[in-house]
Write a protein that binds this ligand. Structure first.
Ligand code: TMP
Ligand code: ASP
Length: 235
């Protein structure tokens, strides 16, 4: 399958049309941004890690009965995925306190929650992705009540699978962000990516950060998190 016209360029990916109206090709870049694009950089090899890791995890999730947009990996940086319209919600699951949660509630990072939490942000860069609850999303027509219930159930199921998967390779899944899309027939599927850009990964023994926080927080050796996660998943 060949790329035809470019449909979209985001901060970390490009999306191309194909000869098939229902399929697009995503191409992962090494560009990294943080804080709404205020901080910019390049993480060499990131696109390869994010593409391969995301494809692998989505294929596993499909086997667990979670519908995803993933169709086929074409090469190190590119995959064929179903064309979807993205539900403009960032769905964030947390197992351990960190990041904006720690800041908002004035607690330290590293508190292990008795139960995972879920929150939504409205995907809108101009508004800086404001926090949004289910009622707000329904009021604004972002999603229906049924769609939100379906998304919540899928997100918690994905969390259970990913938590166990990562623990098995010595990594704590602290928190992560998911996006969902609707296919032409209205089915809700997991879309976007699952990668060190969109998850917090801490080494299970040392709590060393193995994700994009190394870039966001200038922790040094930014590629290390990506390379280490790649090694643990693919050997
Ligand atoms: P937060 O603690 O900054 O709200 O981030 C929660 C999770 O969401 C974390 O794993 C990183 C991920 N995330 C994104 O994927 N994109 C974003 O724009 C932000 C702010 C966070
Ligand atoms: N998506 C964020 C940005 O707007 C990056 C992040 O913190 O993950 O640049």
């Amino acid at each position: 399958m060949e790329k035809t016209t470019q449909l979209y360029e985001g901060k970390a990916k490009k999306v191309f049309a194909t000869e098939d109206d229902n399929l697009v090709i995503v191409s992962y870049k090494d560009d990294a941004t943080a804080f709404d694009g205020l901080k910019k950089g390049t993480i060499t090899g990131k696109g390869v890690v994010n593409n391969r890791m995301s494809n692998y995890l989505m294929a596993q999730l499909e086997k667990e009965g979670v519908p995803t947009h993933f169709v086929e990996e074409i090469n190190d940086r590119e995959a064929i995925v179903k064309k979807v319209s993205i539900v403009p919600l960032e769905v964030i699951i947390r197992n351990i306190s960190a990041g904006s949660f720690a800041k908002r509630f004035g607690v330290e990072e590293g508190i292990v929650f008795a139960e995972p939490t879920i929150e939504f942000s409205y995907k809108n860069d101009d508004l800086h992705d404001p926090l949004m609850n289910a009622y707000h999303a329904i009021a604004l027509g972002v999603a229906t009540r049924e769609e939100i219930e379906e998304i919540k159930a899928m997100a918690f199921k994905i969390n259970e699978f990913l938590k166990a998967f990562f623990l098995n390779i010595g990594v704590k899944l602290v928190d992560f962000k998911l996006e969902f899309g609707k296919t032409a027939d209205g089915t809700i599927v997991l879309a976007d990516e699952i990668s060190p850009d969109t998850c917090r990964f801490w080494d299970a023994e040392t709590n060393e950060k193995l994700d994009k926080d190394r870039f966001r927080r200038d922790l040094g050796d930014v590629t290390k998190g990506y390379d280490e996660m790649m090694k643990r998943i693919f050997g």
